[in-house]
Design a protein around this ligand. Structure first.
Ligand code: FE2
Length: 360
C-alpha cells in the first residue's frame, strides 16, 4: 500500500501552516499548503489523497469549502483542524462528512500520524473501489459489444440460410415453370406485379419482403402435382381441376416446416381465395383475407388472363384491367385493383415513351 500521501492543507495562520507542513514532511508526505478557502478550492482535485482544512478562515471558512468539495464528489477524505472545545463545530463537520479531526496545536505526533495513515487507507479504499467499478463497467461494455457483434453475425448467418432456402425452392419452381412454355416466367411476373402494387400502396420494407417471397413461392405446390394435365391442349375436366386445386394447400405444406416462412406459407395457401368466399382451398373471404394475399390474388389472376394458354388466346392489358375491375368485390379488392391499374398504365406509358425515343 501507498505509504506517502499527497496532502492539501488550508490554514490562514502561517505559523500553523509551517508547523503542520514540517510534521507531514517528516512523515514523508507531499504537501501543498494554501492560506485560505478559495485557494484550497482552486487547488483541490482528485490527485490529492487527503485534504486538511482549518475551520476559521477569512472569506470562506472550512465548512463552506467542504460543502463545495462535496459537490465535486472527489472521494478525498477531509480532516478538520480545530481549536480545543468547539463541540458545535465537530457536530457540523461530522454532518458534512468530515473524516476526522486534528486539534491544534498538534502535540501528540503519533496520534496525528495515525490519523493521517487512517485517512490515507480510506483514500486507498475509495480508489480501489473506483478502479474496480471502472473496470467492471469497461468489462461489461466490452462484453456487451462482443455479444452485439456475435448477435449480428448470427442474424446475418440465419438470414443467409433463410435466403438460401428460399432460393433453392424458387430455383425448383422456376425450373418447373420453364418446362412449360405457357407457365414460363409466371412467378417472376406475379412477383413483379405484386411489388409494383405493394409499393404503390405504400407497404413497408418488411411487408414487401414477405410479399416478394410469397409470390416467388406461390405455385410451389404444383411441383408435386402431375402437371401433364395443365400442359394439355383444351380446358381441364373436373378431375383435372380437382387435382390442380390442390396446389395451394400442397404449397403450404411444403413451406410449413420452415418457421421463418409462416406468413408466406399462409399467403401461398390463400392465393386462390376470393373476397366473396367462393375460392379455394378454405373458402375464406372478406376480412379473413389480408392485404398481401389480396395483392397476390389480383396479380396472379391478371397474369393468368394476359398470358397465352394452350387452349385460348391471352387478353390484352386493357382487357385484363377491365376483367379485374369487373370482378372487384367478388374476387378482387377495390383498392388493390385501383393501384394495379395505375401502375400498369404508368408502365405502359413509360414503355411507349421509350419506344418513341428509340424510333426517333
Ligand atoms: Fe396458383
Amino acid at each position: 500500500m501507498k505509504q506517502n500521501a499527497k496532502i492539501l492543507l488550508a490554514d490562514d495562520d502561517a505559523l500553523v501552516r509551517e508547523a503542520v507542513v514540517k510534521i507531514l514532511d517528516m512523515f514523508g508526505h507531499e504537501v501543498l499548503a494554501v492560506a485560505d478557502g478559495r485557494e484550497a478550492l482552486d487547488a483541490a482535485d482528485d490527485s490529492f489523497d487527503i485534504i486538511i482544512l482549518d475551520i476559521n478562515m477569512p472569506d470562506m471558512d472550512g465548512f463552506e469549502v467542504m460543502e463545495r468539495l462535496n459537490q465535486r464528489k472527489l472521494g478525498v477524505p477531509v480532516l478538520f483542524l480545530t481549536g480545543a472545545g468547539s463541540m458545535e463545530y465537530v457536530v457540523r463537520a461530522i454532518n458534512l462528512g468530515a473524516y476526522d479531526f486534528i486539534s491544534k496545536p498538534i502535540e501528540d505526533l503519533d496520534m496525528f500520524n495515525v490519523k493521517i495513515r487512517r485517512a490515507l487507507e480510506k483514500r486507498m479504499y475509495v480508489l480501489q473501489e473506483k478502479a474496480y467499478k471502472d473496470n467492471l463497467e469497461r468489462e461489461v461494455r466490452a462484453k456487451t459489444r462482443e455479444l452485439e457483434e456475435k448477435n449480428q453475425l448470427l442474424e446475418e448467418y440465419s438470414e443467409k440460410l433463410e435466403a438460401t432456402a428460399v432460393n433453392t425452392i424458387v430455383t425448383l419452381q422456376v425450373a418447373m415453370e420453364e418446362k412449360d412454355q405457357y407457365t414460363a416466367g409466371h412467378s417472376t411476373r406475379v412477383t413483379e406485379y405484386s411489388r409494383m402494387i405493394g409499393e404503390k400502396m405504400g407497404l413497408g420494407r418488411e411487408e414487401l419482403g414477405v410479399l416478394d417471397r410469397a409470390c416467388r413461392l406461390h405455385d410451389i405446390g404444383k411441383l408435386v402435382i402431375d402437371l401433364s394435365c395443365i400442359q394439355k391442349a383444351g380446358p381441364l375436366n373436373d378431375e383435372e381441376w380437382a387435382l390442380i386445386k390442390k396446389h395451394p394447400e400442397v404449397g403450404y405444406n411444403i413451406l410449413k416446416p420452415l418457421d421463418f416462412l409462416e406468413r408466406e406459407g399462409m399467403i401461398v395457401r390463400h392465393h386462390h381465395e376470393r373476397l366473396d368466399g367462393k375460392g379455394y382451398p378454405d373458402g375464406i373471404g372478406g376480412g379473413e383475407i389480408d392485404l398481401l394475399t389480396r395483392i397476390i390474388i389480383a396479380a396472379d389472376s391478371y397474369d393468368a388472363m394476359t398470358s397465352r394458354r394452350s387452349y385460348r388466346v391471352n387478353m390484352s392489358m386493357e382487357e385484363g384491367i377491365a376483367e379485374l375491375e369487373r370482378c372487384v368485390g367478388s374476387q378482387f379488392d377495390p383498392e388493390v385493383v385501383k393501384a394495379f391499374r395505375t401502375v400498369l398504365l404508368e408502365r405502359r406509358d413509360r414503355q411507349q415513351q421509350r419506344a418513341e425515343f428509340r424510333d426517333f
